[in-house]
Design a protein around this ligand. Sequence first.
Ligand code: FAD
Length: 410
Amino acid sequence: MDADLIIAGGGLAGLSLAHAVAGAGLRVAVIDPVPLATATGAEFDGRVSALGRASYRMFDALGLADDMAAEAQPILDILVSDGAPSQGKYHGPSPLTLHFGHKDAGAGPLGYIVENRVIRVAQSRALARQGDIAFIAPDHVAAAVADADGVSVRLESGRTLRASLCVAADGRNSALRQKAGIRTVRWAYGQTGIVTTVHHARPHEGIAHEYFLPAGPFAILPMTGNRSSLVWTEPTARAHAIMQLDQGAFDAELAERFGSHWGAVRSDGPRWSYPLAFHLARDYIAARLALIGDAAHGIHPIAGQGLNLGLRDAAALAEIIVDAHRLGLDIGAPATLAGYAQWRRFDNMSLAVTTDLLNRLFSNDLPPLRFARNLGMALVDKIAPVRNLFLRHAAGEVGDLPRLLRGHIL
Ligand SMILES: Cc1cc2nc3c(=O)[nH]c(=O)nc-3n(C[C@H](O)[C@H](O)[C@H](O)COP(=O)(O)OP(=O)(O)OC[C@H]3O[C@@H](n4cnc5c(N)ncnc54)[C@H](O)[C@@H]3O)c2cc1C
């Protein structure tokens, strides 16, 4: 065997799994078409991730949080509100808002907003420190053929590696998932998320604001300093038009939606756009293969949960295979992998469906729906136990959490 585990995809989920199992003594190879120097560059991925408290705790347990801390913005409050368009202008949030404060959810912030670039830099530093993860890039996994004793993974470069288990962490268009014949349920939202950083005159006080406009959610995610990251959702054709605007016209559209509660606002730096789609793999496992992260599910960013789910996949799979390895069991055996699929399926499916329904409920301007959702938000805001349940979901602290998400190393 060249490794115990071969991970196709060194994205945020794949590398998290690699750090978790390598820390427990397994030999890991990670393959990715993109070299780390490119993936950690400022132009590669403009997104930030809203990491729930439990996800951040996992990064801490893996020894990565110290490298993120200076650029991790604590989320102190979450504000959810419905926007009211009038004569083409957006007139700020409706008075029926939903407010989640971190003090209602026990000690510390609800989570952290961290730039994906910052997470990747922390992961690449940990790779250099750990030394026992073979990171092979640029190359990609062309095929994985399983037999009774292991799996042979053929790389595009012609090299073949052998291990007990192959993990597909190769993103939403996972080639390994397709080659294994695993089908998906999928649809496109016809929406595109515009992502950019904005500067505002006044501090955001750690408030993440999910502002529902008829075209789709407009998420304002606080970053360090007087900066926030936007995920501004529009129907795809409109998003393309907005992407083409010069800075003055873009900032005018931005100000109409952003409002003036934090003073004057202007965009800063590049804009990115991400077409939004839903997919859910029908199976998470095949012979000596397990799917994690976006290879297994892709959800609407409305609640900022996609990576949080991927990290829970990584933590659950790591725990299962480390425990099997310690008992001298085959980490790629069907019984081992079945435990992983069973653990993760319900959580992923229920969140995928919830985010889909939320997007359908909020991305429109039908008066009865507007009335119903405003009423719903006002009710949730007033009923403390319901509000606290939402809070615990946002912090990622609901359900059967793997050890890493409870802050314990494997
Ligand atoms: C606009 C937007 C905002 C979001 N905001 C949030 C948020 O606030 N919070 C949150 O939790 N989530 C958020 N998400 C979701 C989150 O970004 C994704 O769920 C997460 O990045 C997926 O990580 P991954 O490692 O599974 O996949 P990816 O990041 O897609 O990584 C896949 C990796 O596999 C590699 N690869 C591809 N093909 C091969 C191959 N054949 N062999 C080997 N390697 C291969 C790729 O190069 C890549 O490095 C957001 C998503 C969008 C679109």
